[in-house]
Write a protein that binds this ligand. Structure first.
Ligand code: UDP
Length: 455
C-alpha cells in the first residue's frame, strides 16, 4: 500500500518583499523540516521578485495570481489601502486555485499574512482551516487584538492622546509611535486596517516571527489569552544562497577590518527626503568611520532618470572624498551576507522586523531610524525594551536628524560606551534565540494536519 500523501498548505503573502521573504521562509520550514508540500501564491511581479521566486526549492510550487486592478483608487491612497484592496479583490482567483488544490492534494490549510484575513471566507467555504503567518512582532500582534477596544475607548487621534498606551505584556507606547495606518481616523486605511484586525480571532492559529528570548512579555500574554492558538516560530531569517553579490559589497567587506563597518539600509523600499539624504551623507562623512550605504533616491524625486540613480543626489565630491572608507550601493544588496560578515560592526536600520531579526541573529547592534508602517513600534522595542539599539535625537525645528547628531550617534554605536552596552545585549539575545529553536512549536499543528489528512 502506498504511504498517504503529505498534507498540503496554500500560502498567500500580500505584495512586497517584506511580506514575501518571511512567508517564503515559512514555506521552506514546512517543506524541509516537516515534509509538507506547499503552493506559494503571489500577487506581484518584478525582476527582483521573479528571481526570488525562481530560487525557491522545487518542493514549493509557485502560482502567480492575476494582480487585481486598483485604477479606481485615488492617487493619494495609502500603501495599506492598496494592499487591503489587492487582498480582497484577488479572492475570486484564490477561490479557483483553492478548489483545484482541494481536488488534487491533501489540502490542510490556507495561510495568509497580516493583511489577508478576508481570504478566510474562501477557506471556510471550502472547509479548510485558515491561519495567519504574522511577519511582525508579538507586540504588534497583541495590539491587533486590542485595536477594536482602543478605537472605542480613546477619542481623537492616538498621536494626541496625553497618556501612554498600555497593552498588557508589552512596552508602553506614545500614541504617535503606533503603526502608521492607525494614525489618521478619517483615512480609509484606518477603517480597512481595523476591519482586518477584527477577524484575527477567526483564525485557526497564528504563527509569528518572534521567540520568547526576544519578546518574553508579549508572547506570555498572547499564550495566556483565550484566543486562537499562537505559535512563535522565529527568528526565521532568509538564507543567502539565493542572493548573488552583484553589488560587490561582500568583496569590499572582505578587505575591511573586523567590526569596523556601519551598514546603512532602509529595507526593501524606504527612502529619505532629499534634505535628510544630504544630512545622512554629510553625517557619515563627518564621523570618519567606515560605512556601507545602500542608497535609494530621495522621496520627492520626480524625474525618471534621477529616480533610478540615487548617486546623483550625493553631495558634490562625496564619493571621491569617502572612497577610502565607504561604499555606496544603488538600491539593493544581499543583506544577509552583509550582516553575517565579520567586518560589520553596526546597522543603521529603518527597523523593519525582518531587518531587525536579521541583525539580532548576527549579533549586530543597531541605530534605530524608523520611517513607516510599524517601524516606530519596533524602534521602541529595540531601544527601550531590548536595549540593543540606540536612537538619534530629532531636530524638532527641521523635522529631521541633523548631520552632527548622525555623526554623534554613529560614533557612539561603533566606538562609544553605549555601543558597547547594546553590543553585549544583542550578543546575549542572539545566543538565546538561536538555542531556543522556537520553530518546534509547529510540531503540534503539523501533527494535527497529518492526522486529519491521513484519514
Ligand atoms: N533586503 C535585502 N536587500 C536590500 C534590502 C532589503 O535583502 O537591499 C531584504 C532584507 O534582508 C529583509 C527584507 O528585504 O529580509 C526587508 O524586510 P523588512 O521587514 O526589514 O522591511 P520592509 O522592506 O518590509 O520595509
Amino acid at each position: 500500500q502506498a504511504p498517504p500523501s503529505p498534507p498540503h498548505v496554500a500560502i498567500l503573502p500580500s505584495p512586497g518583499m517584506g511580506h514575501l521573504i518571511p512567508l517564503a521562509e515559512f514555506a521552506k520550514l514546512l517543506t524541509t523540516n516537516y515534509g509538507i508540500t506547499v503552493t506559494f501564491l503571489t500577487l506581484d511581479e518584478s525582476p527582483r521578485i521573479n528571481s526570488f521566486i525562481n530560487a525557491l526549492p522545487d518542493t514549493i510550487t509557485h502560482i502567480s495570481l492575476p494582480k487585481p486592478s486598483l485604477h479606481d483608487l485615488p492617487p493619494e491612497a495609502k500603501a495599506e489601502t492598496r494592499t487591503s484592496f489587492t487582498m480582497s479583490r484577488c479572492l475570486p482567483f484564490l477561490r479557483e486555485v483553492m478548489v483545484k488544490l482541494k481536488a488534487t492534494t491533501n489540502l490542510a490549510a490556507l495561510v495568509v499574512d497580516l493583511f489577508g484575513t478576508n481570504a478566510f471566507d474562501v477557506a471556510t467555504d471550502l472547509e479548510i482551516n485558515p491561519y495567519i503567518m504574522f511577519p511582525s512582532t508579538a507586540t504588534l500582534l497583541n495590539l491587533m487584538f486590542h485595536l477594536e477596544d482602543l478605537d472605542r475607548t480613546i477619542q481623537g487621534e492616538y498621536r494626541d492622546h496625553p497618556d501612554l498606551i498600555r497593552i498588557p505584556g508589552c512596552v508602553p507606547f506614545h500614541g504617535k509611535d503606533l503603526l502608521v495606518p492607525v494614525q489618521d481616523r478619517k483615512d480609509q486605511a484606518y477603517s480597512l486596517f481595523l476591519a482586518i484586525s477584527t477577524r484575527y480571532k477567526e483564525a485557526a492559529g497564528i504563527f509569528f516571527n518572534s521567540a520568547s528570548s526576544i519578546e518574553p512579555g508579549p508572547i506570555k500574554e498572547l499564550m495566556s489569552m483565550n484566543r486562537p492558538p499562537v505559535y512563535p516560530i522565529g527568528p526565521l531569517v532568509h538564507d543567502t544562497n539565493s542572493e548573488y553579490d552583484n553589488s560587490g559589497c561582500v568583496k569590499w567587506l572582505d578587505e575591511q577590518r573586523s567590526g569596523s563597518v556601519l551598514f546603512v539600509s532602509f529595507g526593501s523600499g524606504g527612502s529619505l527626503s532629499s534634505e535628510q539624504f544630504t544630512e545622512l551623507a554629510v553625517g557619515l562623512e563627518m564621523s570618519g568611520l567606515r560605512f556601507l550605504w545602500i542608497t535609494r533616491s530621495p522621496t520627492e524625486t520626480v524625474q525618471e532618470k534621477s529616480k533610478n540613480d540615487p548617486l546623483l543626489f550625493l553631495p558634490n565630491g562625496f564619493l571621491e572624498r569617502t572612497k577610502e572608507i565607504g561604499l555606496v550601493v544603488d538600491s539593493w544588496a544581499p543583506q544577509l551576507a552583509i550582516l553575517k560578515h565579520a567586518a560589520i560592526g553596526g546597522f543603521l536600520t529603518h527597523c523593519g522586523w525582518n531587518s531587525s531579526l536579521e541583525s539580532i541573529v548576527h549579533s549586530v547592534p543597531m541605530i534605530a531610524w524608523p520611517l513607516d508602517a510599524e517601524q516606530n513600534m519596533n524602534a521602541v522595542l529595540l531601544v527601550d525594551e531590548m536595549k540593543i539599539a540606540i536612537r538619534p535625537v530629532i531636530d524638532e525645528k527641521r523635522g529631521l536628524f541633523g548631520r552632527e547628531e548622525i555623526s554623534r550617534v554613529v560614533t557612539e554605536l561603533m566606538e562609544g560606551e553605549e555601543g558597547k552596552k547594546v553590543r553585549v545585549n544583542v550578543e546575549r539575545i542572539a545566543e538565546n534565540a538561536i538555542k531556543e529553536n522556537s520553530y518546534r512549536s509547529l510540531d503540534s499543528i503539523v501533527n494535527i494536519w497529518k492526522s486529519k489528512t491521513s484519514n
